[in-house]
Design a protein around this ligand. Structure first.
Ligand code: SAM
Ligand code: SF4
Length: 475
């Protein structure tokens, strides 16, 4: 590959820390959010331009209630015009909670003596995967503590085991990972197992806070974590997910940190991260943290709307940490992926559902305990198209998230039809009768809508084939 001088300069930025706290604070302390400026920034975002740090600060500093409403409205418009109605569903599967780190906020921290430490055996992993397939899942994220036992080879093997499970008419078609950062050879080993996204959350971009809450283990090293996904990129994993744990430090700083992280990837690797996660700290076993920066509901809604506008191309993940009503509210601002039927207990999917969570075997408390079907049903009745699509990943159409928005007609040609096909599969194999009826009504309406712009014969034919028992059809 031949690099231009500018690219040489950018390639020098690889695996180097890129957060400058003074730069972030200068913007947050100096940018004045007058009405016209806020409107111009929203407009830039609606033209699908990723916002600069300065522009993001304009939105963050706009605290006037009318301007906050305009920002939320902008995020809703972006969601409707750009993203459409698809919501991708997935489930987390905890493989092991051994951990040598001591992260103050986490139930699995090494100093937490009340935790039952276990790692799923191969058979237990298969049993859990089958239970998830029985719910209707096609996409999982495997989650691990940080421990010598969870080496790159171990993780790669668990991925292969999950892909190998065929059960009834289903299987898991995409396995994502949330685990400790690796070195480049380690990331390569994991890539070779055929993973989708590799997620590493920075937790906080504010280094002094990072040092305060990470009390032991490899994770104490801020820079090793900050540059983790650069190493993943170097190893060929160009599908990465970033995140911050909201509640550790000032949420405004963290939003700026996330946007800076996106800028870094776009500048250096020419591809932004696939997803951003923005978990809020939840209760966990013997949790004792400083509550100064806990993010209130209204701030949370604002920060999601700001993130949506700041990074129009990046997928936003909202998990069952949040209660159903918050999820329903925030979905409208452009969240693209949610989990459903979530159970954080190790081995929990294949056991009878408990009334209450057992925090001695779970990383934190969740607040949306609805089953996958309850969530599917609500999405369908609200006009969203729940999707289990994995087509791009399996056809090697990498950078699909970018393609969705940059290739004219891509969403209508591929994403929407594929979402409808995976929904039809779900309705046939896993849905109760009333969800099935509502789901097929939605499919009919959406096919008709698509028919206004393009031929739908092949889509109709594939839907019919699914009703007749064929599976795994996509464009
Ligand atoms: N051990 C891996 C690591 O630390 O990167 C996997 C991470 S953990 C299993 C997944 C994420 O959960 C963490 O990165 C953190 O952001 C989040 N998390 C940890 N404790 C939490 C809590 N009490 N409430 C909400 N989220 C939490
Ligand atoms: Fe371990 Fe991850 Fe929990 Fe930290 S957040 S204690 S690294 S499982």
């Amino acid at each position: 590959m031949i690099y231009h001088p500018e690219q040489y300069r950018l390639r020098d930025q690889r695996m180097k820390p890129f957060i400058d706290p003074d730069e972030i604070w200068d913007y947050l302390n100096s940018v004045k959010p007058d009405k016209q400026r806020v409107r111009d920034v929203i407009q830039a975002s609606l033209e699908k331009k990723r916002l600069s740090l300065e522009e993001t600060a304009v939105l963050i500093n706009a605290t006037d209630p009318d301007l906050v409403e305009e920002i939320k409205e902008g995020a809703r418009t972006l969601k409707e015009k750009v993203y459409g109605e698809r919501i991708v569903l997935f489930a987390p599967l905890y493989v092991g909670d051994l951990c040598t780190n001591n992260c103050q906020y986490c139930g699995f921290r090494s100093s937490n003596k009340g935790v039952k430490r276990l790692t799923l055996s191969d058979n237990e992993l298969i049993t859990e995967t089958k239970a998830l397939i029985d719910q209707g899942h096609k996409r999982l994220i495997l989650v691990y503590g940080e421990h010598p036992k969870y080496s790159a080879e171990f993780i790669a093997e668990t991925v292969r085991i999950v892909y190998g499970v065929k059960h009834g008419s289903g299987e898991i078609r995409r396995v994502n990972i949330n685990a400790a950062p690796f070195d480049i050879p380690g990331f390569r080993t994991i890539k070779d197992a055929g993973i989708g996204t590799f997620q590493v959350f920075q937790e906080t971009y504010h280094e002094p806070t990072y040092a305060r809450v990470h009390l032991g283990g490899v994770k104490r090293n801020y820079e090793w974590r900050l540059t983790a996904l650069d190493r993943a990129q170097e190893a060929g994993i160009d599908d990465v997910g970033i995140g911050a744990l909201f509640g550790l430090y000032d949420w405004r700083f963290e939003v700026m940190g996330l946007v800076r992280h996106v800028n870094h990837f776009e500048a250096v690797y020419r591809v932004g991260p696939h997803t951003i996660s923005f978990p809020r700290i939840q209760n966990a076993l013997s949790l004792d943290i400083d509550k100064t920066h806990i993010v209130k509901d209204e701030e949370f809604v604002r920060l999601v709307a700001i993130l949506r506008l700041a990074v129009p191309y990046t997928g936003l993940i909202l998990t069952a940490r949040e209660p159903a009503h918050t999820r329903t509210q925030v979905l409208r601002f452009g969240v693209s992926q949610i989990d459903g039927g979530t159970n954080l207990e190790l081995g929990g999917y294949s056991k009878a559902k408990k009334e209450e969570q057992d925090l001695s075997m779970e990383q934190f408390q969740i607040n949306d305990t609805r089953s996958l079907n309850e969530i599917m049903d609500e999405l369908i009745r609200s006009g969203y198209i729940p999707s289990f699509c994995t087509a791009c990943y399996r056809l090697g159409r990498t950078g699909e998230h970018f393609m969705e928005f940059s290739v004219p007609g891509f969403i209508k040609r591929y994403c929407s039809p594929n979402a409808l096909l995976t929904l039809a599969e779900y309705l046939e194999d896993y849905a109760p009768e009333d969800t099935k009826a509502a789901g097929y009504k939605l499919i009919d309406e959406k096919v008709e809508e698509l028919g206004k712009h393009q031929k739908t014969d092949r889509l109709n034919e594939k839907i019919l084939q699914i009703r007749q028992g064929k599976r795994d059809l996509y464009f």
